[in-house]
Design a protein around this ligand. Sequence first.
Ligand code: HEC
Length: 106
Amino acid sequence: MTFTSLLTVFLLLAPLATLAQGPAIFVGADLQLGVRLIVDNQCVACHQRKVGGDGSAIYQSSGRINSPGALRGMIEQCNMELNLALFPEEVTAISAVLNLEHYQFK
Ligand code: HEC
């Protein structure tokens, strides 16, 4: 996904975020920061190489990522494995964006 298409998705979802803040652990997350970090860290590019399409097929809300905590835990794990050196609030920001766009945990 290009930055523009990610941004479009984000802008479409932003009003939803204000209506329903979603899971407590993502309340107050910096969604713009999350979108930027997803672009900057090549998350989508690598997922596209694995699953094709826009890469979103890698996100399986009915798989082992089955709760907001599991989602955030997965991002934290990637953070360490890929040596991204993300701060905790950055991990939360990325998780909140992926939740809005794909997992939609309440
Ligand atoms: C070098 C390649 C690569 C990069 C870079 C990468 N990922 Fe992944 N990611 C994968 C692969 C491969 C899987 C599937 C792992 C598996 O199924 O065990 C995965 C799985 C995931 C999952 C779990 C999907 C699910 O529902 O089971 C999430 C969430 C995720 N990545 C987020 C990210 C984020 C956020 C970033 C950027 C900060 C990122 N990934 C960067 C390769 C990558």
